[in-house]
Design a protein around this ligand. Structure first.
Ligand code: PEP
Ligand code: MG
Length: 540
């Protein structure tokens, strides 16, 4: 039995056979051609075929997992239209009389190397894409079919990393878990694992001969076990059975009310970080979306997302939720979420620095673009907006003035929009202390316990060394939550909790006793929180 550690990007347990995913041998022959014009035309035809394949993939994935997941194929199509890329291939074919397969493959490799050396993480991530799209063209030039990895039994898939086009072409009913050597939390493999609700690990240095060996993935602690001994296997089979039983029991709660034994009902919503997460929200029967982290639009892009791009994303979510409320949090970058194109200078204390609403109130052009997109999308469903990192009433007044400006200009341009609730995240001690005055200004509060804990306890939420003293149940945090709920209600604002603590079922009763109106948790936690609510009796 051998154990390998890595970083878990999605929790859960998988027990099954390991399958090492190997890319087909793609050695490309280098040769001289006689008629370079004809070779160029052969390349152009292959590019057309590649674009058709990519469009078909885009359509399929957009339908299955939403436009955001399919976007990668649009990027691939754009890469095939890039002047520098095409010029390099043309030079090799026409000037050096080289065959198209070689020209494409060599260009793909050198562009990938160039991308991977860039500082910008987004651009580094595109190295895999340029290689992927180049391999597609090489395969077409060599007359190969568009094949997918196939396996008859469900397996734990081990790979160096998976190219986006490989992940979508996999037969998903045959995969129990993903384990990769490379990749990042935001890699496509991780995104897919999250969507598929299966455990996934990255950064695992598994051995090549792991293929077809018995394996276990523990997505709770980030561990891959190969050839487990009988006792370990027994332990994990037991865990798996318990997980399964829990899931089955929770399944029965779909369609049920979020009501305590003595009849108090609250709203149980879900948090999402991208458009494709909506399918999980619906699958887990959440009543709405209490936190839509809109940062993904900015983080996945190499430039400011346009109003149109944002509008499309918000509209899709609003429509898919069919009238249930969707609360969009405006841009919350800075600190751990950095976007190079914002040109934010390095800071000594980024968590206390230029971030979130502070950027938006400074860069009102960026802020207005987002607000315009949200308001335009508001007529396609029920949308609310909340603002992160608020510390003062002055900020909220400023925001409301900007919102009024945006609404006025949209009206003037003939755009229609719906009723939009406005709220703030309460995630700083300042907002807690000012909650009476702040409640007068807004429709609702949403308590961000992740940051509220960090700022209340003065413990950096990213610092692994402080893990031991980082106590989210600290009475100071709980008192801050209670104060916020009480003051919100006193001045007519409803109050929800959307930080990780909202899913902590050991606190559900406490929150209900405090009078919370809404809990918003990750989609996979909705049913267990519903279970906890239904087991609570506030009359006792
Ligand atoms: C929070 O701080 O609790 C929160 C929900 O926001 P984020 O985790 O995105 O900072
Ligand atoms: Mg926060």
């Amino acid at each position: 039995m051998t154990e390998f550690t890595g970083k878990a990007v999605f929790g859960g347990i998988a027990v099954g056979l390991a399958s090492v995913y190997r890319k087909k041998d793609s050695t490309v022959e280098k040769r001289k051609v006689e008629d370079s014009q004809k070779e160029w035309e052969r390349f152009e035809e292959a590019v057309e075929t590649a674009k058709e394949e990519l469009q078909a993939l885009y359509d399929r994935v957009a339908e299955e997992a939403g436009e955001e997941s399919a976007m990668v194929f649009e990027v691939h199509q754009m890469m095939l239209e890039d002047d520098d890329y095409l010029e390099s291939i043309e030079d090799m074919i026409k000037e050096e009389n080289l065959n198209a397969e070689y020209a494409v493959s060599a260009t793909g490799d050198s562009f990938a190397e160039m991308f991977s050396e860039m500082e910008d993480e987004y651009m580094q991530g595109r190295a895999a894409d340029i290689k992927d799209v180049s391999s597609r063209v090489v395969r077409i030039l060599s007359g190969g079919a568009d094949e997918t990895a196939k396996s008859d039994v469900p397996v734990i898939l081990l790979a160096d990393d998976l190219a986006p086009s490989e992940t979508v072409q996999l037969d998903k009913s045959k995969i129990l878990s993903f384990v990769t050597r490379f990749g990042s939390t935001n890699s496509h493999t991780s995104i897919l694992a999250r969507t598929m609700n299966i455990p996934a690990l990255i950064g695992v240095d598994f051995p090549e001969d792991a293929d077809m060996k018995e394996a276990i993935v523990d997505g709770f602690v980030g561990k891959l076990i190969l050839e487990p001994d009988e006792k370990t296997l027994e332990h994990y089979r037991e865990l798996l059975k318990k997980e399964e039983e829990k899931r089955e029991l929770l399944e029965k709660l779909k369609g049920k009310e979020n009501k305590t034994i003595d009849g108090r009902e609250i709203r149980l919503f879900a948090n999402i970080g991208s458009v494709s997460d909506v399918s999980e929200v619906l699958k887990n029967d959440a009543g709405g979306i209490g936190l839509f982290r809109s940062e993904f639009l900015y983080l996945e892009s190499s430039d400011y997302p346009t109003e149109e791009e944002q509008f499309k994303a918000y509209k899709t979510v609003a429509e898919k939720m069919e009238g249930r409320e969707v609360i969009i949090r405006t841009l919350d970058i800075g600190a751990d979420k950095s976007c190079d194109y914002f040109g934010i200078e390095k800071e000594d204390n980024p968590a206390l620095g230029y971030r979130a609403i502070r950027i938006c109130l400074d860069r009102t052009d960026v802020f207005k673009t987002q607000l315009r997109a949200i308001y335009r999308a508001s007529r396609f469903g029920c949308i609310g907006i909340m603002f992160p990192m608020i510390i003062s009433v002055g900020e909220v007044k400023q925001i409301k003035e900007i919102v009024e400006e945006v609404k006025a200009s949209l009206k003037e341009e003939g755009h229609e929009f719906g009723e939009v609730e406005l709220g703030i995240m309460v995630e700083t001690p300042a907002a807690v202390f000012m909650s009476e005055e702040l409640a007068e200004e807004v429709d609702f509060f949403s308590i961000g316990t992740n940051d509220l804990t960090q700022y209340t306890l003065a413990i950096d939420r990213q610092n692994a060394r402080l893990e031991k003293i980082n106590d989210p149940h600290h009475p100071a945090v709980l008192r801050a939550i209670e104060t916020t709920i009480k003051n919100g209600h006193k001045h007519g604002a409803w109050v929800g909790i959307c930080g990780e603590l909202a899913a902590d079922t050991s606190l559900t009763e406490t929150f209900l006793r405090m009078g919370v109106d809404e809990l918003s948790v990750s989609p996979s936690r909705v049913l267990s929180v519903r279970d906890a609510i239904r087991k609570t009796d506030l009359s006792k």
